[in-house]
Ligand binder design. Structure first.
Ligand SMILES: C[S@@+](CC[C@H](N)C(=O)[O-])C[C@H]1O[C@@H](n2cnc3c(N)ncnc32)[C@H](O)[C@@H]1O
Length: 348
């Protein structure tokens, strides 16, 4: 397991400009839904979800699915290979003494890479993944099922179907009311169960002020954050999750924060590897994040959005700029003893 490092000053590798790795772009059933959810919508050359069309401003096409695969690897590299940080299987106790999770929910499961791996890790648990888009694989292990659902609707799980662990990763931009989502999670956890939200900040900065040489990137992020708020589903929510969880009555709330370099500029070999993948994922996220929010919300033409994106990509290619982004793994527990009170109802 790798330890959080939010205060570490990452040393810059001055010996290597990393040019070989500074690539510009990346290489290119248990499913339950009505066929109409596959009537996808197309806009500016990208494909978007049909169910509750317009609710989620990022695409769901193959390009996006390739990006999700990269982001999955990045989260795992950062956490040292772990899929979760909540103590759902305490590592210092023999497994026999630890009740293993029996029911796990993955909200906004996407291509379900996380769900499929957790299903392997916990073969005796039932894993349920939900998403607006039916982009999950047709094949999944018998302990893993997927449903098309909007996590912002009232959850229909029966009281007897409480979860031991609820997980959501990279759901930023898809939720308008996070406190309500956390409240529903609380209500559908068994007492003692955990919720875990894994998110990166949509903020790039540096410790040596080189981010000031990336004005187009800074402007891009500022505009994205403004547009997402205007759209009603803020993307830069990572730092808010902890206080939101605490306000909903979760106990033992922890926010493990990791610095992720963008580019192979770090001297440390592990951080260099993380940075190379980090850069690839940022390059790949420029278009999906930008297109709908800039054209639908900010009124950019497709051409204007393209021009802005080109400037952003050019700055991201500058190896003299030592950007990093903070990744948050925030987890909290539904109290076992709720007599001390919580703000949430307890229907389980
Ligand atoms: C960036 S992807 C992340 C996918 C997956 N969690 C992962 O980490 O690989 C976000 C996913 O959340 C889904 N999503 C966004 N808003 C949602 C909502 N309100 N209800 C259900 N799914 C949602 C999107 O369709 C998309 O598949």
């Amino acid at each position: 397991m790798s330890q959080p490092n939010p205060h570490q000053q990452i040393q810059v590798d001055t010996s290597d400009d990393d040019s070989l790795f500074e690539t510009k772009s990346c290489v290119g059933s248990n499913l339950s839904f009505a066929s109409s959810v596959r009537d996808y919508c197309y806009e500016n050359g990208r494909r978007y979800h049909a169910y509750r069309h317009g609710q989620y401003p990022f695409p769901n096409d193959e390009e996006e699915q390739d990006r999700l695969a990269l982001v999955h690897q990045l989260f795992k590299l950062i956490s040292g290979g772990d899929l979760y940080r909540a103590p759902i299987r305490p590592r210092d106790e023999p497994q026999e003494q630890t009740p293993l999770p029996r029911r796990i929910l993955d909200i906004g499961t996407g291509t379900a890479e996380w769900a499929l791996e957790i299903a392997e890790d916990f073969p005796t648990a039932e894993i349920i993944g939900t998403d607006l888009s039916p982009i999950q694989p047709n094949w999944a292990p018998p302990n893993c099922r997927f449903y098309i659902d909007d996590a912002e609707s009232d959850w229909t799980f029966a009281p007897g179907e409480a979860f031991d662990y609820i997980h959501a990763r990279s759901l930023n931009g898809g939720i308008g009311d996070w406190p309500r989502l956390l409240r529903q999670s609380f209500q559908h956890l068994r007492p003692g169960g955990w919720v875990e939200i894994q998110e990166f900040e949509t903020l790039l900065t540096s410790d040596d002020n080189t981010h000031q040489h990336a004005p187009a990137v800074m402007e891009w992020l500022e505009r994205l954050n403004v547009a997402s708020k205007q759209f009603g589903k803020q993307i830069n929510i990572a730092t808010h999750i902890r206080p939101w969880m605490e306000a909903e009555g979760f106990a033992n709330v922890t926010d493990d924060i990791y610095k992720c370099p963008i580019g192979g500029w770090a001297k440390d070999r592990r951080l260099k590897e993380i940075g190379r993948l980090g850069k690839l994922t940022v390059m790949e996220v420029v278009e999906p994040y930008t297109l709908a929010l800039f054209t639908r919300v900010l009124g950019f033409t497709f051409q204007e959005a393209q021009e802005h994106m080109e400037k952003v990509r050019a700055e991201l290619m500058n190896t003299k700029i030592h950007l990093y982004v903070l990744f948050h793994f925030i987890y909290g527990q539904r109290p076992v003893d709720e007599t001390n009170g919580s703000s949430s109802d307890t229907p389980t």
